[in-house]
Design a protein around this ligand. Structure first.
Ligand SMILES: [Zn+2]
Length: 94
């Protein structure tokens, strides 16, 4: 029955991973699959996973292109970007 127990544990991890993935705006099925195939790694992965849309944004002071906060050089005009004034940072709604 060891195989059955393993499947049960893997499925439990899979569902937990899927639920967290769904709560973060990703696909339940994809994370269910990841969590079932890689029980512990999948769960850690989904906990660390951050959807791109949650990254704070600001616009380039030179050309106005909207960039993620972690971008250090503007890909459009090549301006070096430093941490902006907090008032210029847009926090996307979750
Ligand atoms: Zn720019």
């Amino acid at each position: 029955m060891a195989g059955g127990v393993y499947v049960l544990i893997a499925l439990t991890f899979g569902i937990a991973t899927g639920v967290i993935g769904r709560a973060k705006g990703s696909s339940f099925l994809i994370w269910l699959l990841v969590g079932t195939v890689l029980p512990l790694l999948g769960l850690i992965g989904v906990i660390l996973y951050r959807p791109e849309t949650e990254e704070p944004e600001r616009s380039c002071p030179t050309c106005g292109k909207v960039l993620k906060l972690y971008v250090q050089v503007c890909p459009r005009c090549g301006t070096d970007l430093y941490l902006p004034d907090p008032s210029e940072v847009t926090q996307p709604r979750v």
